[in-house]
Write a protein that binds this ligand. Structure first.
Ligand SMILES: Cc1cc2nc3c(=O)[nH]c(=O)nc-3n(C[C@H](O)[C@H](O)[C@H](O)COP(=O)(O)O)c2cc1C
Length: 215
């Protein structure tokens, strides 16, 4: 389905930019949306535990509410869909067990064979100070965000990574707290408006020899 895409990551990353104004009349189609979801889902996470969920908002009423909780940034209502990355606030043993059950099924190995791995993960989590668990989970969500931005650029879908929103309000609007989740970072996706002046600005990045050092 995507064979016609020119697999040129650097060109696509140069093409993308943090879109400020979307064309509200253009919507991301179902196939493309599925591709973006697959890309996020295939992102790496620590131990593979995927300690976040993504709520994809396209209900205009909810988008309006999110805009009000995002300092009125227009991307929230002008975009086609808003990806809200929601980190787990904890890492319960049950989550680890569910993951290991699934691994046993997918990899067709007896569950008992993975018990040591499960216990190792539980021990690793138990050894972490409690207040570090949520930030750990949030870091995994950001990896998903990075994949989303690259995948969207590949499809010439615009996106804007955003932290400029009120977390408490998002958690309330989307009913996250009772689910043990918290809004972490968001990305409205869609198609740029011709009127978005930002698209014409040259990308500002460090020279490679400042960003990287070789040892
Ligand atoms: C974690 C994160 C949070 C950001 N928050 C916002 C935001 O709230 N609003 C916004 O317009 N842009 C936001 N940006 C976009 C950045 O300003 C933008 O990515 C950066 O200036 C680099 O420009 P480029 O992405 O167009 O290459 C955010 C980017 C990241 C990665």
């Amino acid at each position: 389905m995507y064979n016609n895409i020119r697999m040129n990551l650097i060109e696509n990353l140069k093409w993308r930019y943090a879109t400020k104004r979307f064309n509200p009349d253009r919507k991301v189609g179902a196939d493309d949306l599925r591709y973006l979801k697959e890309a996020v889902n295939l992102s790496a996470t620590s131990f593979g535990l995927q300690p976040y969920r993504v709520i994809v908002v396209s209900d205009p009423d909810v988008q309006e509410q999110l805009r009000a909780a995002s300092y009125n940034q227009p991307q929230l209502t002008e975009s086609s869909h808003v990806f809200v990355f929601c980190a787990m606030t904890d890492m319960p043993a049950a989550h680890i067990d569910t993951y290991v059950d699934r691994a046993a099924e997918v990899q067709q190995v007896p569950r008992e064979q993975l018990n040591d791995f499960a216990n190792y993960m539980k021990g690793s989590v138990a050894g972490r100070p409690e207040e570090t668990i949520e930030p750990w989970n949030k870091r995994q969500a950001y990896i998903g965000l990075g994949t989303l931005l690259a995948a969207a650029a590949e499809l010439k879908i615009d996106a804007c990574p955003m932290e400029g929103f009120e977390v408490g309000e998002y958690d309330r609007i989307l009913g996250l707290t009772d689910r043990g989740l918290t809004a972490t970072v968001i990305a409205p996706v869609g198609y740029r408006s011709e009127e978005d002046a930002t698209q014409h600005r040259a990308k500002v990045r460090m020279p490679l020899d400042v960003m990287f050092e070789e040892v």
